[in-house]
Design a protein. Structure first.
Length: 206
């Protein structure tokens, strides 16, 4: 194994697409509400599946779900569900297809209430990333008190496929939590992107 690959987080494989995702996307803070909506839906799709399975189908999902435009998705009816169930570019799971539609409607309901989706989500980490100092994969939890709270709040608002494990994976992906191993170059890169004002936690801490 190359030195470069060894330095990355242990979960990264030799798959070029996975490497690009780890290096350029995972853990990089996302503040745009529409982008957060898309990522929350995509993370929910990995329930029972590996992330690489979803990652390789992400372009298909953006195409099938109108670029994850909540306004368009919220108007989808049963005919659209049946159409999507024939789409080989996505995972043809009816519950997961319907979940994205439900989530779009929940997103729009929040907008109608004047709730900023990005602000709502980032509030669970106090508006700034939590920077952990993980030494190995064994230090990384499946959930946290923040993901527990996010899951409860999202479910209350009608979102689906948003259990605490999904929410924690989402928080890692969008930079709310920096769970790159300290040995990984991306740990420092993500931290430096924010500079001061991040919340630090001890080694192995949740």
């Amino acid at each position: 194994m190359s030195t470069e690959l060894t330095l990355r987080c242990a979960w990264v494989t030799r798959d070029p697409e996975y490497i690009e995702y780890h290096d350029a996307q995972w853990g990089r803070p996302v503040r745009d509400g529409r982008e957060l909506f898309a990522k929350l839906c995509l993370d929910g799709l990995q329930a029972g599946l590996s992330w690489i399975t979803i990652l390789k189908r992400t372009p298909g999902y953006y195409r099938a779900f109108a670029g994850f435009d909540p306004v368009v998705i919220a108007a989808f009816g049963e005919a659209d569900v049946e159409r999507l169930m024939q789409d080989t570019g996505i995972i043809r799971n009816r519950l997961k297809v319907q979940s994205i539609i439900k989530n779009a409607r929940a997103y729009l309901a929040m907008q109608e209430e004047g709730v900023d989706f990005a602000g709502f989500l980032w509030d669970f980490v106090g508006g700034r990333p939590i920077v952990n100092r993980r030494q190995g994969d064994g230090d990384i939890p499946a959930t946290s008190k923040e993901s527990d709270a996010m899951s409860r709040a999202l479910k209350k608002r009608g979102f689906t496929f948003v259990g605490s494990t999904i929410c924690y994976a989402f928080m890692q992906a969008v930079g709310m939590v920096n769970d790159h191993l300290v040995s990984c170059p991306c740990h420092a890169e993500c931290q430096q992107a924010w500079g001061i004002g991040v919340t630090h936690r001890g080694e192995g801490a949740v």
